[in-house]
Design a protein around this ligand. Structure first.
Ligand code: PXL
Length: 296
């Protein structure tokens, strides 16, 4: 019998929203199916994600972070990657910086430093989400300066940089591309090695993901747009991207894979006609991720 190898550990610092298939309930199944052990550090506990539900129950877990992090450190945990997403408030940023400091160590001499990935969850359509504000955007910018991979949407890119948000939905691709590419380079100048601005809509009817890799090459991956927008697709995108990168794929091909997987899930969910606020139908498609593992 072949001895099973230990799945690489990925720390996932995000909220646990019971309903809505976003954050941890998207990240844990996705990365597990791709062959990683997810170690969650929950930043908030919610009954439902915040879009489309009345008055989610919300428990801010700021006071629990230090105790969890200290316990991980005392038990000498090491990680192949650290993925930080939704934070409950700007007050959590210092704990995440501590997490980055403590765990930016090699699991063993032969391995690399953990890959740091930040999805700076702040808002969409030019607006902050109800729980996010300027102070959190400033904190996210500090974290962004340290990471290998940064995955904002267009709104978040503008909020991080303090740049004007342009509603691109009715503009031609030729007009949108230079605007987004300038934002990508501005973001890369803050410090992240690779950046992708996700989910950019324009008048072509397609959705574009614009990226810049570690050699400052610009690229994009586009797919058809569905009429319905689903919460959690950003979390799913970043999880898929990270899973592929850790398996050794290039940034560009990892972005293309994540974009097309999310697009196909949105299409199939729309055909099924389930409520948008419940997110995309991930469970029936996890199997595809198992089979992907061999072809990383
Ligand atoms: O998917 C981003 C996200 C994460 N966490 C919570 C959210 C959202 C988007 O609305 O509400 C709690």
């Amino acid at each position: 019998m072949v001895k099973p190898t230990m799945p690489p550990r990925v720390a996932a610092i995000q909220d646990l929203s019971s309903v809505g298939r976003c954050s941890l309930t998207a990240t844990i199944p996705t990365l597990s199916a791709m062959g990683y052990q997810v170690i969650p550090l929950p930043t908030a506990l919610l009954s439902t994600q915040t879009w489309g539900y009345d008055r989610p129950y919300f428990l801010d877990l700021t006071d629990e972070l230090d105790g969890m992090i200290d316990s991980f450190a005392e038990n000498k945990l090491t990680f192949r990657a650290i993925y930080c997403g939704y934070l409950a408030s700007a007050g959590q940023v210092a704990a995440i910086e501590k997490f980055f400091d403590l765990f930016s160590i090699r699991p063993d001499e032969s391995e690399q430093l953990p890959l740091l990935c930040l999805d700076p969850v702040l808002g969409e359509d030019g607006q902050f989400y109800t729980t996010c504000d300027r102070a959190l955007a400033d904190g996210m910018k500090r974290l962004a300066s340290r990471v290998d991979v940064l995955t904002p949407n267009l709104t978040e890119a503008c909020l991080l940089l303090g740049e004007e948000y342009l509603d691109t939905k009715n503009l031609p691709t030729e007009r949108v591309k230079p605007y987004v590419e300038a934002l990508l380079l501005e973001l890369q100048a803050i410090g992240p090695r690779r950046v992708v601005i996700t989910g950019v809509e324009d008048a072509s009817g397609k959705i574009y993901n614009y990226g810049v890799d570690e050699t400052r090459q610009l690229f994009s991956a586009s797919h058809e747009k569905t009429a319905t927008a689903y919460p959690g697709t950003g979390d799913l995108f970043t999880s898929l991207l990270l899973g592929k990168l850790l398996a050794g794929a290039s940034f560009r091909s990892s972005v293309a894979f994540a974009a097309s997987f999310v697009a196909s899930l949105a299409k199939e969910t729309e055909a099924a006609g389930t409520p948008a606020r419940e997110g995309v139908l991930l469970e029936p498609h996890l199997q595809k991720l198992f089979s992907e593992r061999k072809n990383a």
